[in-house]
Ligand binder design. Structure first.
Ligand SMILES: O=C(O)C(=O)C[C@]1(C(=O)O)C=C[C@@H](O)C=C1
Length: 367
């Protein structure tokens, strides 16, 4: 279990009831663009303004941010609108510059959180500073690495900590820019329940049309907030033009969010209790069936050992996968869901038979 020392995030004077909203352009491009966007966001009630100043780009040659000259623009945003301001930091220099210009919150980007040396450098530079720091998931789907980055920042004395879920890189092209893999932030929440999780639908979706659905999904999973890219003229943005919303469209997305009760509380329980009882019974039956199947697998393992047959039987495995997927689909179940289940069953079956072979071998050798 991770032992983070956490305190609630504080932006003095701001009521941070769910969802916490952080919005602003992907990049601060000019003073005029930064301030015009900020004024529109402030007018619609946004309290925390984000803007990238240093942009880690995948390939050289793309716009890499205006650098420190953008920080005074953010300071003006703060003075003029009263919004809190946040930037991404990836090096000690970024942290020092941000602190010098009165930045209120910082986040560690996905490429940085994948690199423990870089995270440690940022953490060391943050020592003695008491501001909220948000840590994006690493680009690769590695929960331990994400928790490690949070621990490093926390180890520097940062207690106002949150995680940002921005999705994960995949080699395959999917409808998402970064696959959400919701099970990873869900597991993070299970492991560290008091750590706020903020979803970044702009980076998950990569397209503005997906932002509303991803935001709703995050709320349905009871995550704590949203960080959404917003630009007064997204089409003309210098970076990530396709995943930014106008402040007006952002307002529409936020107004349409349905916030459900996080716990069952005082809703009528009877119907739910009945359904949960059924789930308990069915899960029990599933476990009985799985136990029965493993017994058969064990018997096959013994047979294979006695007759000197390999454990893996690829043709039979292929047949099973095809047959079970078809049967699942004909029952209205999702094919990928069936594949995951039967892959996992096969893996367990292989490991059970390997254990049998090794045991039998050792007893034959008198070990
Ligand atoms: O049919 C077998 O040979 C088995 O051992 C069963 C089983 C399975 O669990 O489905 C396990 C391993 C093989 O690769 C194929 C199938």
């Amino acid at each position: 279990m991770s032992q983070l020392k956490l305190e609630p995030i504080k932006f003095p004077g701001v009521d941070l009831k769910r969802p916490m909203i952080i919005a602003g352009p992907c990049s601060a491009e000019t003073e005029e663009q930064t301030l015009s966007t900020a004024r529109l966001l402030a007018a619609m009630g946004v309290k925390v303004f984000r803007a990238g100043i240093w942009k880690p780009r995948t390939r050289p040659g793309a716009f890499e941010g205006v650098g420190s000259i953008g920080l005074p623009w953010l300071k003006k945003v703060k003075e003029e609108t009263g919004m809190f301001i946040g930037v991404e930091v990836a090096t000690a220099h970024h942290v020092y510059e941000a602190i010098k210009h009165g930045v209120d919150m910082m986040w560690v980007g996905a490429r940085t959180s994948a690199n423990p040396f870089a995270v440690q450098e940022v953490a060391d530079a943050l020592k003695g500073v008491n501001i909220p720091v948000f840590v994006k998931n690493p680009v690769n789907p590695d929960l331990e690495l994400w928790i490690g980055a949070l621990e490093r920042i926390n180890g520097a004395g940062i207690t106002q900590l949150a995680a940002i879920h921005r999705g994960f890189s995949t080699y395959d092209k999917t409808e998402f820019r970064n696959h959400p893999q919701w099970q990873i932030p869900i597991e993070l929440h299970r492991r560290i329940p008091e750590l706020p999780i903020i979803t970044d639908p702009s980076h998950i979706g990569g397209k503005r049309e997906l932002i509303a659905d991803i935001s709703q999904e995050a709320m349905d999973l009871n995550f704590d907030g949203l960080i959404i890219e917003s630009h007064y003229n997204p089409e003309k943005a210098w970076s990530d033009a396709s995943q930014q919303l106008t402040p007006e469209d952002l307002k529409k997305v936020l107004d349409a969010l349905v916030l459900r009760r996080p716990s069952i509380g005082d809703t009528p329980r009877n119907a739910l209790d009945e359904l949960r009882k059924k789930i308990d019974q069915l899960d029990n039956s599933l476990l009985d069936v799985l136990k029965e199947r493993m017994k058969i697998s064990e018997a096959i393992g013994k047979y294979k050992h006695e007759n000197n047959i390999t454990i893996l039987q690829s043709r039979r495995y292929d047949e099973i996968m095809k047959d079970r997927t078809d049967r699942a689909v004909s029952r209205g179940l999702d094919a990928d869901f069936a594949i995951k289940i039967f892959e996992s069953i096969h893996e367990e079956s292989i490991s059970c038979q390997s254990a049998i072979m090794n045991k039998e071998l050792k007893s034959k050798e008198g070990k």
